[in-house]
Design a protein around this ligand. Structure first.
Ligand SMILES: Cc1cc2nc3c(=O)[nH]c(=O)nc-3n(C[C@H](O)[C@H](O)[C@H](O)COP(=O)(O)OP(=O)(O)OC[C@H]3O[C@@H](n4cnc5c(N)ncnc54)[C@H](O)[C@@H]3O)c2cc1C
Length: 297
């Protein structure tokens, strides 16, 4: 039995949203298919009539500087992000996250847009992007708009996208001197597609002080979690063991780690969170000091 009745190949973003509006429903986008095909086969996704294939749209595969931003198209596969010198320079936490997703075959097919649109709280690419304060460009039949990444998530596996909307791509602020980021995770052996815990940090340093910080962690709630209290705690503090200890305490107080039968207990995740936070902070701090033009060592 076929998993779909109709398969469309739009060549532009406008054709894609038009197809989603006009085609026999249910109609949904497909990119790499690494999440969607398994969900359809295993009955974890409601049946679909029409699949709208986004892989033939050149705009969705762009990866380039646009003014003050790095633009990464939603259809860019993870392996291209890992190999991109631009992404390596401006988006280290994302590059590290994409490099850990699945194995080489999955990374060749799976896209950043699919990772985000699936809206899982611990999706690696999503957590890597959250710390970078990325914005998403959304296309609908009415036109285009930009939204902050957190505005895309409603609940586990549920985005706020309307059925006729697609993500065009992501805008990431360019890295400035004194800034650095890092992503770390703990994973069971491959076969389970999501980590036990992942965590990303972005920070800006001014001499020995953390001028600004952003921490994202998953799974730590129903949607990909921005640890805003931990980020605020770190801001303006010296980079010392005492500051790291305070940030660890703040993270444990604000994040909702839970037990999931296939992956880990809440207690284990809490123990991991303090280690991952320290490791990511230390790496991001070092990178911030090494970035060309930075005054710090
Ligand atoms: C063996 C295996 C290992 C994996 N390991 C990991 C892992 O380590 N970490 C991790 O985070 N994930 C992992 N995954 C999950 C998956 O590979 C990623 O989430 C991937 O990025 C999904 O992208 P895709 O292009 O394949 O999405 P698809 O399967 O094509 O689509 C996923 C969902 O997003 C929607 N969608 C896709 N593109 C768009 C768009 N541009 N606009 C709007 N909606 C869109 C689809 O309609 C669908 O609902 C793994 C999967 C497998 C099979």
């Amino acid at each position: 039995m076929s998993l779909w009745k109709e398969y469309l190949h739009p060549q532009t973003v406008e054709q894609a949203v038009q197809a989603l509006s006009a085609a026999a429903s249910p109609a949904i986008p497909i990119a790499g298919g690494t999440d969607l095909m398994l969900d359809l086969q295993q009955g974890n996704h409601p049946p679909v009539h029409t699949l709208v294939d986004l892989t033939g749209i050149p705009e969705l595969r762009a990866l380039e500087i646009r003014g003050e931003w790095l633009f990464i198209g939603a259809g860019v596969p993870h392996n291209r992000i890992v190999e991109s010198p631009l992404a390596r320079e401006h988006a280290a936490s994302l590059v590290e996250a994409c490099g850990l997703i699945g194995g080489p075959q999955v990374r060749n097919m799976a896209t950043l847009g699919g990772n985000v649109a699936h809206a899982l709280p611990a999706a690696d690419g999503t957590i890597g992007l959250l710390a970078l304060e990325a914005e998403a460009e959304i296309a609908s039949p009415e036109g285009r708009r930009r939204v902050s990444l957190p505005a895309l998530f409603r609940g586990p596996g549920q985005s706020t996208l309307a059925p006729t909307e697609i993500i065009v791509g992501f805008y990431l602020p360019l890295r400035a001197p004194g800034q650095g980021s890092a992503f770390v995770r703990v994973m069971r052996a491959q076969g389970i597609a999501l980590p036990i815990l992942n965590l990303a940090v972005w920070l800006e340093r001014q001499e020995e002080t953390i001028r600004a910080a952003r921490v994202a962690v998953g799974p730590a709630g129903p949607t990909p979690f921005r640890a805003v209290q931990t980020s605020a705690y770190l801001t303006g503090k010296p980079f010392t063991a005492e500051t790291i200890a305070g940030a660890q305490e703040t993270l444990l107080a604000e994040a909702r780690f839970r037990t999931s039968p296939a992956r880990a207990t809440a207690e284990y995740r809490r123990a991991l969170a303090v280690v991952l936070l320290k490791n990511a902070l230390t790496t991001a701090w070092q990178r911030a000091g090494q970035y060309p033009g930075s005054n710090q060592q």
